[in-house]
Each structure stands twice: as structure tokens, then as C-alpha cells.
Design a protein around this ligand. Structure first.
Ligand code: PLP
Length: 373
């Protein structure tokens, strides 16, 4: 089977984990602090706060923004369900907005259509690694807190800078389905030193002094719990892997972009087929390579998934739409025609670092066969 995604590891990750185990300190400690500094620097953010996942980092972002009951948060329905779930975690109401079908992302216009006097924040997703037009959104929605769900977007670029640069708060994922992985893991980045300090306390039970700091200083002064926090910590085992993976990121992106360009070229002959591509203002890391089928394609999306599976190719349905799930029945939403079209007609093709051109040719030939060419 050709997998849809496979992480890229070498012996360096194994050695890094071995060193952490030998040190005797495996929970959040010096490796996490180092990973935070290096990751934040790579996305041109002043502060990085590691978390157990992107989901928990997004939750912290909403707590920092003081979003709660009675507030509405605009989110794309076209996203992994965590984007909407975190709004529920703080007791606020997610309001679904439509997307631009070319990028899969919210725009200033679609946000406008979902805005009400109760709107407090927007979670802007850089879907599948394609950067959203965040300057355009910032220009129009300066009264709202913009939280960026950059789960998929490590290494994507926007107007000459990394996605996340200049952002109020961004959340990142290191799940193996993304590019850079720590098994599970996430990060919150921000330029605000007070938000960063509060996020560090909140992810560690609201503790005034972290366990690692107390250990390093030898202090016996008891810690204080200034507010109700969470256990959203990353471990040093994960951060050690993350540091090695971060070093691999430029090579990961170069390879993915080369394979994506090859897909675009080889699939260009399929009439009406859309493939994900860079927007005019930035570049994608191609975390997922999605295609969308035209109405006159000889089979529907699910039939094509089955057709590919029979040929040893593991593809996936395109990005889900949260408003169609039972957990979100009855949640307010603007009209979502682009979301509904893209989620029904798109699928994600295999793309991973070690993918060979022969494997890619096999995928392309199968799509051609399905298209009858
Ligand atoms: C994967 C993903 C998440 C969740 O990331 P975790 O690290 O698994 O919590 C959130 N938002 C988007 C857009 C994602 O793709």
C-alpha cells in the first residue's frame, strides 16, 4: 500500500531520545525550553510555549484572549474538528464561515458574512499548509482577536515571511499527520511577553514556578497557583525529537514542494480537475495535496477512493466540514456553499518525504484511469 503520509525519521531522533533518558529528566525541562526558542525563532515569533497538542495550544489561545460564555468565535467549518471544539471548551459559540475554494481558507469577506455584535475572535486556519491572506483579514477585522490555527503550516510562507510572523497568537501541531512531528505535541507562539508567561503557567496547572525551574534553582519556596490551569505539557522526550525534526524542515518542505509540482504537472491533463496550489501571496508546505473533482468526472469522490484503494493507494477524503457532523447539529452558520462543495468533491493524495517518483506515477496513472484517459 502507498500510504497517504509517513513521517521522516533517522537515527538522530533515536539518539536524541536516548540522551534524554540517560539524563534522568524526561518531563518538561531543558529540551522543551530549547525547542520553544528554536521553533519560535523559525517562525519569527518572540515566544514559543510548547503544549501537548495543537488542540490544547488553541484552547490556551482562547483563554488568553479571554473568550468565554456569551461570546461568538468565527471558525471555518472546513477544518479538522479541533478548530471548532476548542471554542466549545471555553463555553463560547463557534459560528461557521465559508472559505475560498481555491485556498480552503477564510477570507475577510466570508468572515464579514458571519460576524455579529457578539463576535469576539476568529480562528483563521492555514488549511493543509496553504497560507490564509492574513493581512487582508487583519486590515478589516482589527476589533477582533485573530487566533491562527497553524497546525498544518510549519514552514509555509506569507508575503516573504514565515506563517505565524507578526501574529497575535498562533497554534502549531506536531502530530505525525503534519510535517514536523514529535509523536503528539503542539506549540503556541506569540509576540506578547505577558501572554507567553501566562500560557506557560496555564499549561502547567497554573503554577507560579515551573517544576523544571524549581529543580534547576534548588529553591525550596513553595509555588503558588494563581488561577485554574491545565496539564498541557510537552515532555523532553518529545522536544528532543522536535529539535531534530526542526532541522529537517527545510529539506522536508523542498521535497514536498518538488513532489507537489510534479503532481500538478502530471495531473494537468485531467479535464476540470483542480489541484491545490500556492496562492499569489505566499507558498505552501503542501502538508496535504488535495485535488477536487469536476461535476462530470466519471466517478464520485468516494468511488475514486475505493478505486485507488483497490490499486494499493491509500488516499483520504478531503478536509472535513464540522457543521455536517452530529456534534455540531444546529450550530449557527452562514451559507457554506464552497465548504460543502470542497468537502464533498475533494480527496487527499499520498505525499510523503520518502515517496519515489515511481510511486507517484502509480498514483497519477490510477487517477488517469479513473478519469478514462
Ligand atoms: C491536526 C489539526 C489540529 C489538531 O492538532 P493536534 O496536534 O492533533 O491537536 C487542529 N487544527 C487543524 C487545522 C489541524 O489540521
Amino acid at each position: 500500500m502507498i500510504p497517504v503520509m509517513r513521517p521522516w525519521f533517522g537515527p538522530e531522533e533515536q539518539a536524541a531520545v536516548g540522551e534524554v533518558i540517560a539524563s534522568g529528566w524526561v518531563a518538561q525541562g531543558p529540551r522543551v525550553a530549547e525547542f520553544e526558542r528554536e521553533f519560535a525563532a523559525s517562525v519569527e515569533a518572540s515566544h514559543g510555549v510548547a503544549a501537548s497538542s495543537c488542540t490544547t495550544a488553541l484552547h490556551l489561545g482562547l483563554v488568553l484572549a479571554d473568550v468565554g460564555p456569551g461570546d461568538e468565535v468565527i471558525v471555518p467549518s472546513l477544518s479538522f474538528i479541533a478548530t471548532a471544539n476548542v471554542v466549545r471548551y471555553v463555553g463560547a459559540t463557534p459560528v461557521f464561515a465559508d472559505i475560498d475554494p481555491a485556498t480552503g481558507n477564510l477570507t475577510a469577506k466570508t468572515i464579514d458574512a458571519a460576524r455579529t455584535p457578539r463576535t469576539r475572535a476568529v480562528i483563521v486556519v492555514h488549511q493543509a499548509g496553504v497560507p490564509a491572506d492574513i493581512d487582508d483579514i487583519r486590515a478589516v477585522h482589527n476589533g477582533l482577536t485573530l487566533i491562527e490555527d497553524a497546525a498544518c503550516a510549519a514552514g509555509s510562507r506569507y508575503r516573504g515571511r514565515p506563517v505565524g510572523a507578526g501574529s497575535t497568537v498562533s497554534a502549531w501541531s506536531f502530530h505525525p499527520r503534519k510535517l514536523l512531528t514529535t509523536g503528539e505535541g503542539g506549540m503556541l507562539t506569540t509576540d506578547d511577553p505577558e501572554w507567553a508567561a501566562r500560557a506557560r503557567r496555564l499549561r502547567e496547572h497554573g503554577m507560579s514556578v515551573s517544576a523544571a525551574e524549581r529543580h534547576a534553582s534548588g529553591s525550596t519556596a513553595p509555588e503558588e497557583y494563581t488561577e485554574v490551569g491545565f496539564n498541557y505539557r510537552m515532555t523532553d522526550l518529545q522536544a528532543a525529537v522536535g529539535l531534530v525534526q526542526l532541522g529537517r524542515l527545510p529539506e522536508l518542505i523542498a521535497r514536498r514542494r518538488a513532489l507537489a509540482a510534479r503532481y500538478q504537472r502530471l495531473l494537468a491533463g485531467v479535464p476540470g480537475l483542480t489541484t491545490v496550489h500556492d496562492p499569489a501571496y505566499g507558498s505552501s508546505n503542501y502538508q496535504s495535496f488535495w485535488i477536487a473533482l469536476p461535476a462530470d468526472f466519471p466517478m464520485n469522490r468516494n468511488e475514486l477512493l475505493g478505486f485507488l484503494a483497490e490499486r494499493g493507494i491509500s488516499a483520504r477524503r478531503g478536509i472535513m466540514a464540522a457543521h455536517l457532523e452530529p456534534a455540531y447539529a444546529g450550530v449557527p452558520a452562514a451559507e457554506l456553499p464552497n465548504t460543502e462543495w470542497l468537502t464533498a468533491n475533494s480527496l487527499i493524495l499520498p505525499l510523503f518525504h520518502a515517496m519515489t517518483e515511481a510511486e507517484q506515477d502509480q498514483v497519477v496513472e490510477a487517477v488517469h484511469a479513473a478519469a478514462g484517459i
